[in-house]
Design a binder for this molecule. Sequence first.
Ligand SMILES: Nc1ncnc2c1ncn2[C@@H]1O[C@H](COP(=O)(O)OP(=O)(O)OP(=O)(O)O)[C@@H](O)[C@H]1O
Length: 238
Amino acid sequence: MTEALLDLEGVERRRGDGFRLVIDRFRLAPGGRVAIVGPSGSGKSTFLDLIAMTLRPDSAERMTICPGDAAEAVDVARLWREKRRSQVRDIRARHFGYVLQTGGLAPFLSLRENAMLSRRLLGRDDPGPVPELFRRLGIENLGRRKPRRVSIGERQRAAVIRALAHEPAIVLADEPTASLDQTNALDVMTLLTRTVGSQGAALILVTHDRALAEGFGLPLAECRHDPATRTSTIGFES
Ligand SMILES: Nc1ncnc2c1ncn2[C@@H]1O[C@H](COP(=O)(O)OP(=O)(O)OP(=O)(O)O)[C@@H](O)[C@H]1O
């Protein structure tokens, strides 16, 4: 069996006033895809933050990442336990790309400068795939513009480019089409899934829109919430 890109088992995190998320088992193959669905407040963002390593688990039996260029899986659970935060940060910057609901672009930077941010964080000043991504996403004439001078759909395209500019192993997209009309949502989803696929990256999408996810062939993983215990559970294997 191929080594999983992400492998989590028995991961728990409490939040706020008694909420608890339990990741029973989550295993994603290199280049794998999944859509995380569930009602509001069921823990989808908490799940994504744990995966993105921006949130520390309270406990984790197993939590590993094994990107293509790694000799062996990195034991992230251990890095958290030993409070090796700079190593966690390095893994995050190198291997993850993010597309947020409203783009999350820096307003004072041009679209191109925004796109280059994820590379610059890794000390890379060469443009790599950025010019080609601008062409493929059809906004090659807008690179010098600031986010406020382009449409919301064009902003989301720039956000997709920024997520892929440093060629990460995993792209995390949190409701990336929620602020778009239906036509733009379909366009951005098409471009997102195609470009992620062409780079061989894995995609984890959080969405309220099951039909959209299913329409793009993404398997669903459900965050199930039990109000009696205020506990949500999620599991997935690919
Ligand atoms: N920063 C925080 N501090 C304390 N509690 C939080 C925090 N963020 C979320 N929570 C709580 O954690 C639980 C899960 O929230 P989360 O945002 O992960 O759910 P969600 O499924 O993403 O919701 P939505 O679909 O509305 O975005 C909720 O009870 C929420 O109030």
